[in-house]
Design a binder for this molecule. Structure first.
Ligand code: SF4
Length: 67
């Protein structure tokens, strides 16, 4: 399975309200303060939709998806 997209979170503007990891917990996680962290930035094809869902729902536009 090849890598489909790469994701990253920029902080700021991540404000840590957690929409990304609530919606797509297999792609996004959080640190002790609730800021998003990505343990595996290389998203496999099967999780690409989740990655995009999280990015689309980030109100701060803090998630960057690289094709
Ligand atoms: S939805 Fe955006 S601002 Fe909120 S925790 Fe996730 S990356 Fe941060």
């Amino acid at each position: 399975v090849g890598v489909e997209v790469k994701v990253s979170v920029t902080r700021p503007p991540c404000t840590g309200h957690g929409r990304c990891y609530s919606l797509a917990p297999e792609v996004y996680g959080c640190d002790d303060e609730g800021y998003a962290v990505i343990e595996n930035p290389e998203v496999p094809a099967g999780l690409e939709a989740q990655a995009r869902l999280g990015a689309a729902n980030c109100p701060e536009d803090a998630i960057v998806i690289e094709e």
